[in-house]
Design a protein around this ligand. Structure first.
Ligand code: GCO
Ligand code: MG
Length: 410
């Protein structure tokens, strides 16, 4: 059996998704997610111009060899575009291997290590009362762990706060993920106001919802090390499950200082791509959760290596799962999460109705837990005709400016 065909499919049902579809000489198909929010077409070009020609006639069974070949033969290594492209190939080959074996991918990875995957969703509100409504709404949807983001007095529009705009019936996004058809939206930021306000929000949430509910928060790279240390310390009484991306992720040293000052658990890594991005922070035990997505970290094969390394230090998974990870990338995360020993939690935001029509999925969501299902492979099929009816829409993520006009991390 050889790889006969590899196609790159771009579709924009509720938002843009990039999917690689590999077809073998026996007619088996495999899907991989290569979506890089706001920079999608760079990965499309990398795949179609540079990777697809290399895949034709290869043995689809050789997953590790193909990974090493694509990674090393490029000479120019790492980075989100390269690693998303390689991830899509890796996922598609695992999908094919599962279909050929007649087994769900998690069985090929060692079998289930648990019954289901605890997942968290995104509650948010401009005000405390909107936030409470959103937390309640998530609890009604079955969520047993909840990320909390709120507005900050004096700031008009910030990361993580639900806008009332709906991209699909019944779906409220936690933020305008990327403004469709427009240039990047400008938002505003002030760290001191945020640091003053946030502990009061968590105090209110704990008082309202009690001590049991696991609560998470995303700092989205906006603090300096000492500000992050202050925040970690001031949130300690509210027992967070994790504080995410408290400092810009590309500076691992920052976490040392944060760690010296707080016992609030730390999560980082949604913008990382390889095990080398994690080397120091895992070895020095500067984090508690690995936030990488399968989609952005070279696929199942490579993220499994990161997580096995992390397991030696009791560091757990907390795989990235916002709506910009396609249903294929989410399925890959679920198969990996079910099989590894050091699973922590899975981020899970529901996709819109149009997306669910384009991607037929086999996962289940019950009582706060996800399961990838038992279909052979990843368990996701793409309706190519339906996908074709939603052409790509240019979409950028927003960005921040401080009051004096300085560009700041969003
Ligand atoms: C998260 C992330 C997302 C990112 C988004 C960017 O924790 O889910 O921070 O909300 O902002 O993936 O494309
Ligand atoms: Mg995040």
């Amino acid at each position: 059996m050889i790889i006969d065909k590899a196609e790159v499919i771009v579709t924009s049902p509720d938002r843009n998704f990039v999917t690689l579809k590999i077809t073998t000489s026996d007619g088996v198909t495999g899907l991989g997610d290569a979506t890089l929010n706001g920079r999608e077409l760079a990965v499309v070009a990398y795949l179609s111009e540079h990777i697809v020609p290399l895949l034709i006639n290869r043995d689809p069974a050789k997953i590790e060899d193909t990974w090493q070949f694509l990674y090393r033969s490029a000479y120019w290594r790492r980075g989100p575009v390269t690693m998303a492209a390689i991830a899509a190939v890796d996922m598609a080959l695992w999908d094919i291997k599962g279909k050929v074996a007649g087994l769900p991918v998690y069985q090929l990875l060692g079998g289930a290590s648990r019954n289901g995957l605890l997942a968290y969703g995104h509650a948010s509100g401009k005000t405390i009362s909107e936030l409470f409504d959103s937390v309640r709404d998530h609890q009604e949807q079955g969520y047993r762990a909840i990320r909390v983001q709120t507005g900050v007095p004096g700031l008009k529009s910030i990361y993580g706060i639900a806008s009332n705009a709906t991209h699909a019936v019944g779906v409220r996004y936690d933020h305008e993920p990327a403004v469709r058809g427009a240039l990047p939206k400008e938002e505003d930021w002030d760290t001191r106001s945020y640091l003053r306000h946030l502990p009061t929000v968590f105090e209110a949430v704990r008082n309202e919802f009690g001590p049991e509910l696991p609560l998470l928060h995303d700092g989205h790279h906006r603090m300096t090390p000492i500000q992050a240390a202050q925040l970690g310390k001031s949130l300690e009484p509210y027992d967070l499950f994790w504080l995410e991306d408290c400092t810009p992720a590309e500076n691992p040293e920052a976490l040392r200082l944060v760690r010296q000052h707080t016992t609030t658990p730390l999560a980082i890594g949604e913008i990382f791509n390889t095990v080398w991005d994690y080397q120091q922070i895992i070895r020095e035990q500067l984090i508690d959760y690995v936030r990488s997505a399968v989609t952005h970290t070279g696929g199942i094969s490579h993220l499994k290596k990161v997580l096995e390394y992390a397991s030696q230090y009791q560091i757990k998974s907390g795989m990235h799962g916002p709506t910009d990870i396609s249903p294929v990338g989410m399925a890959a995360a679920m198969h990996l999460g079910l099989s590894i020993h050091n699973f922590g939690i899975q981020e899970y935001m529901k996709h819109g109705a149009k997306t669910d029509q384009v991607f037929q999925q086999s996962f289940t969501w019950k009582d706060g837990f996800l399961h990838p299902g038992d279909k052979p492979g990843l368990g996701v099929e793409l309706d190519v005709d339906e996908a074709g009816s939603y052409p790509y829409v240019q979409a950028y993520l927003p960005y921040n400016r401080l009051a004096d006009g300085t560009v700041h991390d969003w």
